[in-house]
Design a protein around this ligand. Structure first.
Ligand code: BGC
Length: 410
């Protein structure tokens, strides 16, 4: 029988060495339909395969809202037992402050070094040779999602690349459609800008800016084209008056909008709506310009609890999240790729299969969360919000500000 944590921890009749059921509070920002279906797979596995309880701590409003809450709880001495964060640098300071559980023994026992692919995901969990997170998926930002209904209603073919998308926008507008769906959460326009940068400025320029922090390239001619494209995209998104990313995906699902540039978590929404890739919607990697995926995504971190029983349960969850069956069930629902290649994904849809093919080809890039500090990412998001919300903010002025941010980036 499962007991609540306080009981398990304090009861005097616990036999020494016996494992006890623990209530584990797990925070995450997976609240859209597709996300909720995916996280339910984790909860189910944890509840069924261990004697512990998953206590769901969903935080609405997306990562931009959830992360500060998560981090302040950990810093403020009220830590949850496990939390989602993005692969990358978001937990750097928490780890350095000694607040996060070291999972190196779990990683060694489970052979994570041999399993996790790409290895950059485990590198993102590693500080001074110790492993502090359990990577659970690969999410790529590099996709545009196109509504077949919207293009059919407008009497034009579904675009197969960015230029065709731009050329078809007037026909969509005439048919009363929004060419580009874009929500108001700051990370959405910032993420879409990153996708445009890779497709339009090319991978070398993107790497120079995002990895080497080269402000000359950020202020130079290749990036000028990206800012012009973004100004165009801003006009295409002018009538997209939704807030959350999944509301924007819904505009595409219902054919009110032609397209959305969004990470492959959008797939979960198409799936929940019963839509079929290739029939109801098209997904183009790299805006149909270059087939590439970025390999960011989600990892679970486990704040220290100073309670051996909780720690044991935390480690059980960490191991379970990477186990083959859980990887398949979760990632099929989430629209992400598994972090291990030795699992059967025969049930994957066409978009996921395309992602797997690109991953196997090695055409991968790190995610912005891995290359830029949370502070730099925040400054870029602020700039993008201003730029996307103000049609009089010129591409040239925005680029100049962007180059300044990159010059100071860490
Ligand atoms: C996460 C995804 C999530 C998306 C939207 C991203 O940061 O990696 O798992 O679905 O945010 O909430």
């Amino acid at each position: 029988m499962k007991t609540i944590r306080t009981l398990a921890a304090t009861t005097a009749i616990c036999a020494a060495g016996a494992a006890h059921a623990v209530d584990l509070e797990v925070t995450h920002w997976w609240t859209s339909g597709g996300e909720a279906a995916a996280v339910a797979q984790f909860a189910k596995a944890f509840n069924e395969k261990t004697e512990h309880n998953w206590v769901d701590g969903a935080i609405a409003g997306g990562g931009g809202t959830a992360r500060p809450i998560m981090i302040s709880r950990i810093l403020g001495g009220d830590p949850m037992d496990a939390t989602q964060l993005n692969h990358g640098r978001q937990a750097e300071e928490l780890i350095e402050a000694g607040l996060m559980l070291d999972l190196t023994d779990v990683a060694e026992a489970e052979g994570w070094k041999d399993i996790v692919n790409p290895s950059s995901l485990l590198d993102s969990c590693t500080v001074d040779g110790r492993i502090y997170c359990a990577p659970v998926n690969i999410h790529s930002w590099q996709w545009i999602w196109l509504s077949h209904k919207a293009y059919e209603d407008a009497g034009v073919d579904v675009p197969s690349n960015w230029d065709e998308f731009v050329a078809s926008a007037p026909a969509l507008e005439e048919a009363g459609k929004i060419p580009l769906a874009m929500g108001q959460q700051p990370w959405q326009s910032s993420g879409a800008f990153g996708v445009m940068a890779i497709a339009i400025a090319g991978q070398d320029a993107w790497s120079a800016v995002n990895i080497d922090k080269n402000a000359d390239v950020a202020g130079g001619p290749e990036y000028a084209k990206v800012f012009e494209a973004a100004a165009n995209a801003r006009a295409f998104a002018a009538k997209s008056n939704v807030q959350d990313w999944n509301q924007a995906t819904n505009l595409v699902i219902t054919g009110q909008a032609g397209a959305q540039i969004m990470g492959d978590w959008a797939q979960g929404e198409f799936q929940v709506a019963g839509q079929v890739a290739g029939e109801d919607y098209t997904c183009l990697p790299g805006l149909g310009v270059n087939e590439i995926i970025s390999t960011g995504g989600d990892a679970f971190y486990f704040p220290k609890q100073d309670d051996p029983e909780v720690e044991a349960a935390q480690k059980e969850l960490a191991a379970l999240l990477l186990s083959p069956e859980v990887q398949v069930d979760f990632n099929l629902a989430k629209g992400s790729l598994p972090i291990r290649g030795d699992v059967d994904l025969a049930a994957a849809n066409d978009c996921m299969k395309k992602g797997l093919e690109i991953l196997a080809s090695g055409a991968i890039l790190p995610d912005g969360n891995q290359t830029l500090s949370p502070d730099t990412s925040g400054q870029i998001e602020d700039l993008m919000v201003e730029f996307w919300n103000d049609p009089s903010y010129s591409a040239a002025d925005a680029q100049a500000r962007y180059a300044e941010i990159i010059a100071d980036a860490d």
